[in-house]
Design a protein around this ligand. Structure first.
Ligand SMILES: NC(=O)c1ccc[n+]([C@@H]2O[C@H](COP(=O)([O-])OP(=O)(O)OC[C@H]3O[C@@H](n4cnc5c(N)ncnc54)[C@H](OP(=O)(O)O)[C@@H]3O)[C@@H](O)[C@H]2O)c1
Length: 387
């Protein structure tokens, strides 16, 4: 919980360390928790115990397409908290992560039925109980385990999961999600993966009908090509496109991002930390359990971790200048990319949530963004590229 607000209005604004020291002394007396601090000049900082996370202005919010819904530029991504295939989950930590995100300015949560076969949505529902109106919930349809129609996608926890967007299935799914989330409407409803067995016309027709019933407020797509988004739009407005995008995954810049920018469709970047690799905290000794998708993943080889670490080292001076961590710098760079409107950042505990959310306050200069982008280009285009 957000326990206290301290206004340091009588303090001279000097250095980050000065305030860290002040907080270090003040927080034990306040009983810990999250503290929101305002400096003399109106700068906002959030602190968890004795750690000042970031000074900056308030969280930035951007519209989801033309829906009129304002969502924080950093969302709490709720995939890993579903447990599969992330080596399991700790439910209390997950609830703390979501509540911490909400307490520190983030109002946007992205989940899906497929994340832990309903578990992620249930955890989100529990975490937001009593504060539904303050939250923008994004969830999805189209990865199902109640039927064997469509295309087999993967096996999860002993169940076969199919890509299926048949109208009767979407109607079933939305009611299941509403129950798990403990709400009577979903702010943003997205097709998770595209189903080649069903016409987009029928899918979008069903989504538009759910919207007219008030069960969903805005419609989004995910893992879609530009041609597919264009087809969706023949039958109604698409507000968001959720795609893989990070410093190491920039393939959609000339396709989805440029198209969506032109059409006023928000681009929600998923896995912006490359599943944790870009935090700079996954050192050579970190081992992943066999049921974690990073186990034996070439991107997480020790050699690649070293290369990523070398690349991130080049950004350290910029991070130091802003008093931010490398993870925050990576998130800030992501939401500064033209056309990328929001970053969906996974958080498994309150420390990660407060750190990630605070990145929504950071504004990098154009020069800093160019320095970082040039460096990424060098590393990803070298003879032995970072992957
Ligand atoms: N539409 C889709 O198909 C799709 C696909 C993927 C993701 N998504 C969405 O995008 C969200 C984010 O993507 P993602 O979870 O794949 O990857 P991510 O945000 O790039 O990385 C998340 C992981 O990095 C680690 N981490 C996060 N913040 C950290 C911090 N401050 N310090 C240290 N470690 C930190 C955590 O894992 P550890 O603590 O275990 O290291 C966390 O689970 C998902 O939750 C989901 O909502 C959507």
């Amino acid at each position: 919980m957000l326990t206290s607000i301290i206004n340091l209005t009588h303090e001279p604004l000097s250095s980050f360390h000065f305030y860290s020291y002040r907080l270090y002394r003040a927080i034990p007396a306040l009983g810990g928790g999250i503290v929101r601090v305002m400096s003399q000049t109106g700068k906002i900082g959030y602190a968890l115990c004795d750690q000042l996370v970031h000074w900056g202005s308030e969280m930035q919010y951007r519209s989801l397409g033309s829906s009129g819904i304002k969502a924080s530029v950093v969302a709490v991504g709720a995939w890993a908290i579903g447990g599969w295939p992330w080596g399991g989950t700790n439910e209390q930590d997950a609830i703390d992560a979501i509540r911490t995100g909400l307490d520190t300015g983030c109002n946007f949560i992205d989940t899906a039925p497929a994340y832990g076969l309903g578990l992620s949505e249930e955890i989100v529902g529990r975490a937001i109980a009593g504060r539904r109106r303050d939250v923008v919930i994004a969830t999805k349809c189209g990865l199902v385990w109640h039927t064997n129609k469509g295309q087999l996608a993967f096996e999860e926890s002993g169940r076969s999961v199919y890509r299926y967007l048949g109208p009767e299935s979407i109607r079933y799914e939305v009611d299941q999600s509403l129950k798990r989330l403990g709400t009577d409407y979903i702010d943003l409803y997205q097709t998770h993966w595209q189903d080649p067995t069903k016409p987009i016309e029928d899918t979008m027709g069903t989504l538009m009908d759910l919207k007219s019933q008030g069960k969903i407020k805005a419609i989004g797509v995910s893992n879609a090509s530009v041609a597919q988004i264009e087809e969706y739009q023949d039958y109604g407005p698409v507000d968001t496109d959720q795609e893989l995008y990070s410093m190491l995954d920039r393939q959609i810049e000339q396709s989805n991002i440029s198209y969506c920018k032109e059409k006023d469709i928000s681009v929600l970047a998923y896995s912006p930390l490359a599943m944790g690799l870009l935090t700079g905290k996954i050192g050579p000794d970190r081992e992943f359990p066999p049921d974690d998708l990073r186990y034996n993943n070439p991107r997480f080889s020790v050699e690649n971790r070293r290369k990523v670490s070398d690349m991130l080292d080049e950004f350290k001076s910029i991070a130091v200048k802003h008093n931010i961590t490398l993870a925050q710098l990576v998130i800030a760079w992501t939401i500064a990319q033209p056309g990328v409107t929001h970053a969906l950042v996974g958080a498994r505990n309150r420390n990660q949530a407060i750190e990630n959310t605070a990145a929504g306050n950071v504004t990098l200069t154009q020069e800093e963004i160019s320095v970082i982008s040039n460096s990424i280009r060098r590393y990803t285009a070298s003879r032995t590229p970072v992957i």
